[in-house]
Design a protein around this ligand. Structure first.
Ligand SMILES: [Zn+2]
Length: 146
């Protein structure tokens, strides 16, 4: 049974993130002038105002900075998987960059595949990529030490 979950809607600035994700690469938009990484993607560097940028590959590793366990009311596709988690992950290489995702057992596992009592702030995680049949690749997270 497939339940409908919301899908990312890439905009012009964020589209490369999803292109790289589809290749299994977690990349962060980075200023080509001052090397400051930034997220979410946007045209101009907040540090030096340069419009030049590149997409720097990361090692895909981070730590859980915070998380929530969403409660009803939820959209039906999410209610069917509750209790599930939403984690905010601080990247190991770029501690000021934090990405939202779900902590899961494997790339294609349900959102509730990791029991809430296994989630700890500070726990090391690594990026994994879920490819839905009908939408952009979605970044998810795995515990480094399951
Ligand atoms: Zn800059």
């Amino acid at each position: 049974m497939t339940t409908a979950l919301l899908q990312p809607v890439p905009d012009e600035d964020g589209a490369p993130f999803f292109t790289y994700a589809a290749r299994g690469e977690l990349r962060v938009q980075t200023c080509a002038a001052c090397a400051e990484p930034r997220f979410p993607p946007r045209p101009c560097c907040p540090s030096c105002q340069s419009f030049e940028h590149l997409w720097k590959r990361t090692n895909g590793r981070g730590r859980i900075w915070s998380y929530v366990l969403p409660h009803p009311p939820l959209l039906p596709g999410y209610a069917a998987q509750a209790p599930y988690n939403v984690v905010l992950v601080e990247l190991a290489e770029h501690p000021r960059i934090r990405l939202v995702g779900n902590l899961v057992e494997s790339a294609d596992a349900p959102l509730n595949s990791v029991a809430p009592d296994r989630i700890r702030i500070g726990a090391p995680v690594k990026a994994v990529f879920h490819q839905p049949a009908d939408g952009p690749t979605v970044l998810r997270w795995l515990l480094e030490r399951p």
